[in-house]
Design a protein around this ligand. Structure first.
Ligand code: GLA
Length: 383
């Protein structure tokens, strides 16, 4: 599937710009567990997937850069002096953000021509944004020999998202997309920004993603609000981040913070512990424990951290009723997007048909089901 995408992007580039491009493939990601822990300096367990963005790019000798978004058939031209975010600029802000943050980093790229396209379903919580940022930062770094390390590149991508898209995200998405390892998930420490790859084999179970195909309004504001709450609590505790807090610490704040704030901080502490338990269960081959942790994570995200929605809760409730599903939870920032489910391999189809039908009956709309492979991170595919 990616070969087709890569061919399409390359051929569109060659038709428009009459030259041979450098082609990058940058994947989206899933996250096994550890949601909203990344901006609390905590632990997460993401993996790059076999869906992503293909970018064809080449230097330009005129004084503008050109970008063609093939899926949307939209063309954009800009001059790299005095770059600012565009109101309702959509994908343009990711590209502008990367160029601007490279300039701020003291590594301004030259002008370029580019074409990109992707096969990550939009709004699914599979980080098409990080894939897009990483494809550009990686492409520009190579093309103009800027000499950035992968770690520096993901920080540029993350800043682009903060300052040009307005989401104060953590580093999980950009990290997973850049550093992904085939057939593995990465136990990521978001304080040191180092990870340990775990070969993933769920034995007779496999992952299923179910997309609600909804993205609720204001999800970006709600995301930034969650982050502010976490920072408020850690400031009161005089610690760097909630990673350093225990339940006793936040219990001591009862009366000084609202119950909502207390519950959110408690969720982060619990979720961080769950990531560690999850990695131990993988080490011990305890598949049943993985499922329980997924359900607990969802319960926390929905009832305490309040980032779920009716459609996601419904999908997780249906999963709970099915004996062939070990565990399920919402995945990513929330307020829509996908659930991640651990489903018995030989019952995969039955569960898929069942859930699609139930969702349709309940909401009078469709959900989508995906099967993903854990894959390598951002890379050059044609040089
Ligand atoms: C979004 C953000 C990530 C992370 C997740 C929630 O995907 O971009 O940094 O916070 O939400 O885990």
């Amino acid at each position: 599937m990616n070969k087709k995408l890569i061919r399409k992007v390359r051929s569109s580039f060659e038709t428009q710009f009459k030259s041979k491009p450098l082609v990058i493939f940058s994947p989206g990601r899933i996250n096994l567990i550890g949601e909203h822990t990344d901006y609390n300096d905590g632990f997460t367990f993401p993996a790059a997937i076999n869906k992503g963005i293909a970018l064809a790019i080449c230097k330009s000798d005129i004084n503008v850069s050109k970008v063609y978004a093939l899926n949307k058939e939209e063309f954009y031209e800009f001059n790299s002096e005095n770059i600012k975010p565009i109101t309702d600029g959509g994908w343009r802000n990711y590209v502008l953000g990367v160029v601007s943050e490279l300039q701020n980093f003291g590594k301004p790229p030259g002008n370029f021509n580019s074409v990109f396209a992707g096969n990550i379903p939009g709004g699914a919580g599979m980080s098409s944004s990080a894939a897009l940022e990483n494809s550009f930062v990686y492409g520009l770094n190579n093309l103009f020999e800027l000499g950035l390390t992968k770690h520096e590149m993901i920080l540029v991508s993350q800043k682009a998202e903060h300052n040009f898209v307005g989401v104060k995200c953590g580093v999980m998405d950009q990290y997973a997309s850049m550093f992904g390892v085939k057939k593995s998930a990465l136990l990521l420490d978001c304080r040191t920004i180092e990870s340990k790859p775990y070969k993933i084999d769920f034995k007779e179970y496999k992952l299923m993603l179910i997309n609600t195909n909804v993205k609720h309004d204001l999800s970006e504001t709600a995301y930034n609000d969650r982050r502010e709450t976490c920072e408020k609590v850690s400031n009161l505790l005089k610690i760097n981040a909630l990673r350093d807090a225990s339940k006793d610490d936040i219990d001591a704040l009862i009366g000084k913070i609202s119950d909502e704030e207390y519950q959110k901080a408690l969720y982060i502490i619990n979720e961080n512990n769950r990531v560690k338990q999850f990695s131990e269960a993988i080490d011990n081959g305890d598949i049943a424990a993985l499922g329980d942790l997924l359900y607990q994570s969802h319960e926390g995200l929905s009832a305490k951290y309040k980032v779920s929605c009716e459609e996601l809760d419904f999908l997780v409730d249906c999963a709970k009723e099915c004996p062939n599903v070990l565990g399920a939870r919402m995945m990513g920032g929330g307020f829509g997007g996908c659930t991640i489910n651990l489903v018995k391999k030989n019952e995969f189809k039955v569960f898929k048909n069942d859930i699609v039908r139930k969702f349709r009956t309940k909401f009078k709309k469709e959900c989508s089901v995906y099967n993903v492979k854990l894959s390598k991170g951002t890379k050059i595919v044609i040089n």
